[in-house]
Design a protein around this ligand. Structure first.
Ligand code: XIL
Length: 313
């Protein structure tokens, strides 16, 4: 009776995690995944630098591994991600004319979505198109194609797999800000233009005790008011190391707040935590001096935060 089963019992679609061959091939992790999670996001294997490191050279074995695992174990998959400025190979950022970039983008999206058609239920089509200040990120896509780059990616994805739910995903949508306002305005423009967009993803990389967490339901409600499905796509709640009892207690409360905010909204379809154990989390290598952000500890034991989440479901 893992987290996913509890989420489904609440009428939601999934509770998921981020993995790839490097983690899934470890039996201790695979056993947890089989028991607890119903949706898998490839942590890195479907990103551009992994799938098309040079033009026309496709490396789809990492994505195949995850999709095969999902098929064999009855798990859903969230594809991640098609249009993103990061983990983008140099040959793409060096393109300098709009016609070439349009063709390259359409081809990339079409190839990946077609490869796993019918086996990926949600795709993060576009990721992190806004900076923290709410302005468009100055990526090659925005420089050459503007907002139309997003439309191109969504339309190509829908054409390749008309049954897949297509998401716009971003981070720092956890509090009221011009970034949140502009993100929602973009969603509404895409909808009005008839672009095939079905969901909004809020990554939710949070910090224990952050003052915005108690009001997490407000931004989530604003995303929900777009009328699209809402998903919490990369949840983790990190702390300054070392850990102590008060941080552990606060982390449990913070996870509960986020889970309850999702359950309070009928179209919050699922929650993904960004990894299984603290040992494999991206946090320690990304945020100096921080860690312990997930639900299993370095020894793959369930943490108090796990119990808090399970009790909230
Ligand atoms: C991270 C992975 O977890 C790391 O292994 C990798 O080195 C960098 O990317 N937002 C996203 C994810 O959308 O793709 C990122 O994943 C974390 C931030």
């Amino acid at each position: 009776n893992g987290l996913h089963a509890k989420m489904v019992a609440k009428g939601r679609y999934y509770f998921g995690t981020a993995v790839d061959q490097n983690t899934l091939s470890q039996s201790v992790i695979s056993n947890i995944v089989k028991e607890e999670f119903g949706m898998l996001t490839p942590e890195n294997s479907m990103k551009w630098e992994s799938t098309q490191p040079s033009r026309g050279q496709w490396r789809l074995d990492g994505g195949d591994y995850l999709v095969n695992y999902a098929q064999q174990n009855g798990k859903h998959v969230r594809g991640h991600t098609l249009l993103w400025h990061s983990q983008l190979p140099g040959w793409v950022s060096q393109i300098n004319d709009a016609a070439t970039l349009t063709q390259v983008l359409e081809n990339h999206v079409t190839t990946l979505v077609t490869r796993w058609k019918g086996k990926i239920q949600h795709w993060d089509v576009a990721n992190e198109v806004f900076e923290d200040n709410g302005q468009y990120r100055n990526s090659v896509f925005y420089r050459l194609l503007g907002e139309r780059s997003i439309e191109i990616a969504f339309r190509a994805a829908a054409k390749a797999d008309p049954n897949c739910k297509l998401y716009l995903n971003d981070y720092n949508l956890d509090y009221t800000s011009s970034k949140l306002t502009n993100f929602i305005a973009l969603v509404n423009r895409l909808k009005a233009a008839g672009v095939p967009i079905h969901g909004v993803g809020t990554q939710s990389h949070l910090m224990v005790g952050n003052g915005a967490i108690p009001t997490f339901k407000n931004p989530l409600q604003m995303l929900h008011d777009t009328g699209l499905d809402v998903a919490i796509t990369e949840l983790d709640i990190r702390m300054k190391m070392p850990s102590d009892n008060s941080k552990v207690q606060q982390q449990s409360r913070d996870f509960q707040t986020v889970v309850k905010a999702c359950l309070d909204l009928p179209r919050c379809v699922g929650i993904t935590v960004w990894g299984v154990s603290d040992k494999d989390s991206w946090v320690p290598s990304t945020f100096q001096g921080e860690g312990d952000a997930l639900l299993w500890n370095n020894n793959y034991q369930k943490k108090e935060a796990y119990t808090a989440v399970a009790n909230a479901l």
